[in-house]
Design a protein around this ligand. Sequence first.
Ligand SMILES: NC(=O)c1ccc[n+]([C@@H]2O[C@H](COP(=O)([O-])OP(=O)(O)OC[C@H]3O[C@@H](n4cnc5c(N)ncnc54)[C@H](O)[C@@H]3O)[C@@H](O)[C@H]2O)c1
Ligand SMILES: O=C/C=C/C=C(\O)C(=O)O
Length: 486
Amino acid sequence: MKEIKHYINGEYVGSASGKQFDNVNPVNGQTFARVHEAGREEVDAAVKAARAALNGPWGKMTLDERTRILHKVADGINDRFDEFLEAECLDTGKPKKMASHIDIPRGAANFKVFADMIKNVPAESFEMATPDGSGALNYAVRRPKGVIGVISPWNLPLLLMTWKVGPALACGNTVVVKPSEETPTTTALLGEVMKDAGVPDGVYNVVHGFGGDSAGQFLTEHQDVDGFTFTGETTTGETIMKSAARGIRDISLELGGKNAGLVFADCDMDKAIEGTMRSAFVNCGQVCLGTERVYVERSIFDEFVSRLKAEAEKLRIGPPDDDAANFGPLVSLKHREKVLSYYQKAVEDGATVVTGGGVPDMPEQYAGGAWVQPTIWTGLSEDSPVVTDEIFGPCCHIQPFDSEEEAIELANRLPYGLASAIWTENVSRAHRVAGQVEAGIIWVNSWFLRDLRTPFGGSKQSGIGREGGVHSLEFYTEMKNVCIKL
Ligand SMILES: NC(=O)c1ccc[n+]([C@@H]2O[C@H](COP(=O)([O-])OP(=O)(O)OC[C@H]3O[C@@H](n4cnc5c(N)ncnc54)[C@H](O)[C@@H]3O)[C@@H](O)[C@H]2O)c1
Ligand SMILES: O=C/C=C/C=C(\O)C(=O)O
């Protein structure tokens, strides 16, 4: 069986302990690879390699050389597009059609965009007067933050990992990546691309394993890591924040959400249905920005619900290779248990199940997979856990509202604040509501439309800090002010 090893100092290495875990295909529940689990020893070796590369070849490289190499990394991903696609779909079960449009191209773009950006970022300078009349000049330069610990989730594995590694390397840092235990393959494969592109050994390191009492915890506790960038659940973010506090290390946290879609009667209904369909069901609902709460103005509520139901029932469930399929399994049977527990809870709490609510019948060869039905509910109380907790599944609850004020209040009532989608053709309303919804990312008449130069992140319990554009450069560099007395 295939083995997935750590990538440390430019070499694929196994764990000294011999500990391994299964990599399971969610399409059929079968183990297709064994993954080495890092102990403190491997994590330490990876951090040491990253430190040496930072002080050595990578730190000494010119900006031009570094950015040229990062372009080669992007080209390397594109050259091996089909391998990345195959690997990502084996780990996640997602439709190849989707991964070939979103995950893999963004994996490459994340290197190009930030390599170009770092070359064009201006420096700040201030002239000042001094009592002796000679004056002084201040200028600020950016220096790499150092060794960055990157901890990434399983829902968009390559996209979300490179979203951090791209800018981190562009800024001259070195990294130790701990991908999700569910989806280690593309992060491992990227090591080969790094090597071929001429990235010096030790710049990009990968350690595999779980979170608590495993590679994730060992990495965040390692005192020679200068900062952590994490995407995942809010509770994990809290744990990482505590570890990072020791030694005063910086953090960037992109966390969970329970995002609201607000659909006004003056919307273009076709657009609102198409966008809400994607935001609730794409990637089997496993997108942090997804809409699990839909609020619809009462006069169009019935029409909206019946149209969304009709569209959800047209989703084609199937494995990654099925070109007609646009809906894959959840990432794992364990995650399906969690999602199904909310499906059950919705019924207990008195929901009307508009569609779905269970497990689809699948052909024999897929019977062991993590399949679940796309599900829509109405009629729940706003206090039901189904409406307040992030489920991270292909489901949404639709609730009517009567006024703009009420819609905003409903959107803002939870402690999360990641994203929101507003559907209206009234431009004044669009600006007004966008200004009042408490979220880091607002889309009007669209969803998941991404310009990588824009600030990306969550407010409230959905995160700390922003990545994207110059905001990534802020996190991945230290500003140093030099004051010269003239
Ligand atoms: N805000 C965003 O941009 C964004 C994007 C994608 C996903 N998410 C969130 O991610 C979650 C789904 O991903 P997940 O289930 O993989 O999240 P998770 O928090 O369970 O795991 C994420 C990563 O953290 C590691 N980890 C877990 N416990 C750890 C610990 N104690 N110390 C160090 N590392 C630890 C895991 O092994 C994994 O690599 C959802 O909550 C989703 O909203 C947020
Ligand atoms: O699941 C969450 C999706 C996050 C997307 C990004 O971080 C991005 O598009 O850069």
